[in-house]
Design a protein around this ligand. Structure first.
Ligand SMILES: [Zn+2]
Ligand SMILES: [Zn+2]
Length: 199
């Protein structure tokens, strides 16, 4: 593992530790480290929620959202490592689905990556699309989606944002975040990403 990866793991771990022992900010139920990681990946790390409230807020089925998040984490060294640490901390094996969020019977479709229907750059004139432009510089992981969430919320529904994000992890994080939050991921040509705000 490269030093760069180590640093992003420790930064992510610090974000989890910073809000550990907080209750879900919607239903006030206690939340675990896995749910904090979910919240961070969705851009809600500063106001973490339980898995059910996250899904409800996004209009998603809770089990499907959990499976999507886990499939995303499996693509990313930083999320994957902190996920395993949190499993061990909660007394679960680090190579299995933690029993805090998964019951025996709903493990079937874990790891299935959802369709990634991304329009190819050739198919659309992206320069005509972008009404808003934002350069996120070197922001990464939880910080990037947290800031992106704020940017998208401030846009008029239907508006397109051209995002520039230099972190190599953005290639995985941005499409996954759009898929889970319901914004339309239009195109990518790293470090550039075109996203349309949901209606
Ligand atoms: Zn809740
Ligand atoms: Zn847990």
């Amino acid at each position: 593992m490269e030093a760069n990866d180590d640093r992003s793991i420790e930064q992510l771990q610090a974000k989890v530790d910073a809000v550990r022992h907080r209750a879900c900010c919607v239903c006030r139920r206690g939340i675990c480290g896995h749910e904090i990681l979910f919240s961070i990946a969705l851009g809600l790390g500063s106001s973490p929620r339980c898995a059910d409230c996250l899904a409800q807020g996004l209009g998603q089925v809770s089990k499907q959202l959990r499976n999507q998040l886990l499939a995303h984490f499996q693509q990313r060294d930083c999320y994957g490592e902190v996920w395993r640490r949190e499993s061990v901390r909660e007394g679960f094996p680090d190579d299995a689905l933690p029993g805090c969020l998964w019951q025996e019977e709903d493990t079937s479709d874990v790891g299935n990556r959802p369709d990634e229907s991304v329009v190819s750059l050739d198919a659309i004139d992206v320069n005509n699309l972008a009404a808003e432009v934002w350069d996120a510089g070197q922001m990464s992981c939880g910080d990037l989606v947290l800031a992106l969430r704020g940017r998208m919320n401030a846009l008029t529904p239907g508006t397109c944002l051209k995002l520039t994000a230099h972190d190599p992890g953005a290639v995985e994080d941005i499409p996954a975040w759009c898929r889970m939050t319901g914004h339309t991921f239009l195109a990518q040509d790293h470090p550039h990403y075109w996203i349309q705000r949901k209606e």
